[in-house]
Unconditional design. Structure first.
Length: 221
């Protein structure tokens, strides 16, 4: 199966965060949700901010950006990142909000530094949640680079390859028969596991199991 899709999201982390950045993520989400035949959203990320990257930022813009990332994170299709080169700022934010991450060998992930410390975005939350805060403390506290091998070891990247197009096509084949709605439910159960007790989680998992069994029964001959 080809990974060619009508919808794709491209994020250049070297560009300052702007309303155009928010609009690009929102447009990709809307397009993916609107086309019921879409099962995968390729997300191409690269670039890291320059020294003046905080110019023009305000809390309202950052809030809208974080909300657009949350929408991407809850999308009803499989989101697959293809990352290359240095990835920081918006590129890192988007990468950490995807379901599956493909990277080229030279990738380096890092939090941008604003002159006094690393930028306190939700990337810190996602890094700590996905890989463990103590494991990545140098990256979180001091902006240290996370190279390809470290990214895979920490679970931030799923595979490193010289042929990301082939890896993307293989992933598209893997999820070609998946239900976007069912995927979104499994993803949310995974998110909830980090903060929910077994007793509270049990009801949600049983409800999801009941939903799955009803769907299977409806398809039975």
């Amino acid at each position: 199966m080809s990974a060619e899709t009508a919808v794709a999201l491209r994020v250049d982390g070297a560009r300052p965060l702007s309303m155009a950045s928010v609009a690009a993520v929102e447009a990709a989400c809307v397009a993916s949700d609107s086309d019921k035949s879409t099962t995968i959203l390729p997300v191409y990320v690269t670039g890291t901010p320059g020294e003046d990257w905080t110019h023009g930022l305000d809390v309202a813009l950052v809030t809208k950006w974080e909300r657009s990332l949350r929408r991407l994170e809850r999308l009803g299709v499989t989101t697959v990142a293809v990352a290359s080169g240095d990835c920081g700022g918006a590129a890192l934010d988007v990468l950490l909000a995807t379901d599956y991450r493909i990277a080229t060998p030279g990738i380096r992930l890092s939090l941008p530094v604003d002159g006094e410390a690393t930028w306190p975005s939700m990337a810190i939350f996602r890094l700590a949640q996905q890989a463990g805060g103590t494991r990545l403390r140098r990256a979180i506290l001091f902006g240290a680079h996370i190279d390809a091998d470290e990214s895979v070891a920490a679970g931030l990247v799923d595979e490193v390859t010289d042929d990301p197009a082939a890896a993307l096509a293989a992933m598209a084949e893997t999820v070609s028969g998946f239900s976007g709605r069912e995927l979104a439910i499994r993803r949310q159960l995974m998110f909830d596991a980090a903060t929910t007790s077994f007793e509270d989680a049990l009801g949600r998992h049983l409800a999801a199991c009941d939903r799955a069994m009803r769907r299977w029964a409806a398809k039975a001959p």
